[in-house]
Design a protein around this ligand. Structure first.
Ligand SMILES: [Zn+2]
Length: 479
């Protein structure tokens, strides 16, 4: 069997987070009753005039800048003519002759190694409606829901720079993180607001020229993308091994069968008869406007993760979890700004805070404890006034009551006992009550000390400072 190099590129589509559609005032909202969010403009009636949604254009600019693109300052729209059952005017308004952004790059990591993919172009277009095919046996009709027609859509086209499925997966994760960080889309793949269409070809290892590429559609999750790519690698290499050739075509992923199926041969650009849209005036992007949008691009996830490692000394893993979502990183850094130490805050945010959010099915932005309130608890913990198990109890009480940590610790007398003279009689009585353990310890079974510490902790209702208890018991046992 010959050895092949896999070549993968992507077209990604993401719906932009606007209130209204791209050319009309209809709401841009997922899940309404079919055809209730429509008007003569998005229904494609003759004689109507589209008007560009400024917010959508700005979000597209921000996304293009976050993806490292150069912005073309004179931007205009074209009609992509085709027969679209789900777009009644039978053309899609898109950007063919002048992309909004070009020559970007996305950097990501695979197994700790830095890789990157070129972004050929980013352009703004409108989404189409949704065909709904009757599923009842014998049904021979289809329905169409045009709520989605005219929703602002960003198309992102990468170069054929990816070489493995793992790289494709890391790229998809990273692109999603960037778009979420930039606040341009909610990126819900299950609702179709983020869609990936990979193209994949194989070539004999060492060959310069490209192999014949296949595009894959109908992928509703990143897992489906991975499965479809794995399937195509196997299908294409078997074809090439047996002396056959790969057809240039679009294939559909069949989730139930776990295979791709031929859908149609690839259209060429001339099939679409692109032409500039005469209804829409060109958009000139001024220096001021571009600068204003540029300053709205946040620090991106990979940079932020590296900064957390570099400046705060976090492990790469912890920094990756915290920087994975902008809200988490913001919350964590607000705890630090309120005086918490990096390592302690990282542990509490990653474990306790995120767990509570998951259990309540709420986003971190709706979490009841402010970063200041958590930092207040952590300050008491780090000062040694309470131990970790008590801190966990106080954390739960803060969530339940809304009171601050200081008040709870004071009112409930939760401060730990770190005074040796107060702990010594308790430790003495525990040792006297357990002569077997004392004997075991003195014969060399040092591990029993754990059980003895546990008993002292129980006697003090968990308030003894274990860091004081251990040396105290060691001293008493060795006397
Ligand atoms: Zn409309």
């Amino acid at each position: 069997m010959a050895s092949y190099e896999t070549v993968i590129g992507f077209e990604a589509h993401c719906e932009l987070l606007t209130e209204s559609k791209l050319w009309c005032g209809c709401p841009n909202r997922f899940g309404g009753e079919p055809n209730t969010q429509t008007c003569p403009i998005c229904l494609g009636m003759p004689g109507v005039l589209p008007v560009l949604n400024r917010k959508a254009f700005e979000l597209a600019m921000r996304a293009a800048l976050a993806l490292g693109c150069r912005i073309n300052r004179d931007s205009f729209f074209d009609r992509k003519q085709y027969y679209y059952p789900d777009l009644p005017k039978n053309y899609q308004i898109s950007q063919n002759y002048r992309n909004l952004g070009e020559e970007g790059r996305v950097t990501f990591e695979v197994d700790g190694k830095e890789r990157s993919v070129g972004i050929w172009n980013v352009h703004l277009e409108e989404d189409a409606g949704k065909g709904m095919h009757a599923e009842a046996a014998g049904a021979d009709y289809s329905l169409v829901d045009l709520n989605r027609a005219g929703v602002p859509l960003l198309e992102i086209v990468t170069g054929p720079d990816l070489r493995t499925v793992a790289e494709a997966e890391s790229f998809m994760d990273t692109l999603r993180q960037i778009l979420l960080y930039a606040g341009v889309s909610d990126c819900k793949m299950q609702e179709g607001s983020l869609r990936f269409e990979p193209s994949i070809s194989l070539r004999p290892a060492g060959q310069e020229g490209w192999g014949t590429r296949v595009e894959i559609k109908n992928l509703n999750s990143m897992k489906a993308v991975s499965s479809a790519l794995e399937y195509e690698i196997e299908r294409q290499s078997e074809l090439l091994d047996s002396g056959g050739s790969v057809a240039q075509e679009t294939r559909l992923w069949d989730e139930a069968r776990g295979e791709t199926q031929a859908m149609r041969t690839k259209e060429e650009a001339h099939d679409y008869r692109y032409m500039p849209d005469p209804d829409l005036i060109p958009v000139q992007i001024s220096d001021d406007w571009l600068e204003k949008v540029r300053t709205s691009v946040p620090e991106l996830p990979l940079e932020r993760r590296r900064r957390l490692v570099r400046d705060l000394g976090l492990s790469d893993y912890d920094a990756g979890v915290l920087a994975g979502e902008r809200e988490t990183a913001d919350y964590f850094e607000a705890c630090i700004a309120a005086g918490a130490s990096a390592k302690t805050a990282a542990n509490w945010v990653m474990n306790d805070v995120l767990r509570e959010c998951r259990q309540r099915s709420i986003p971190l932005t709706d979490f009841a404890l402010s970063p200041d309130a958590l930092a207040g608890l952590l300050a008491i913990l780090e000062a040694g006034r309470i131990n970790v198990p008590t801190a966990r109890e106080v954390f739960v009480k803060m969530l339940e009551s809304g009171r601050d940590a200081e008040t709870i610790v004071r009112e409930e007398g939760a401060e730990q006992v770190g005074d040796e003279s107060a702990l010594e009689p308790i430790a003495q009585s525990v040792l006297e009550a357990n002569p077997r353990m004392v004997e075991d310890y003195r014969k060399g079974k040092k591990k029993v000390i754990g059980a003895i510490i546990g008993m002292v902790m129980r006697e003090t209702k968990g308030k003894a400072n274990p860091q004081v208890v251990r040396p105290l018991i060691e001293r008493l046992l060795n006397e």
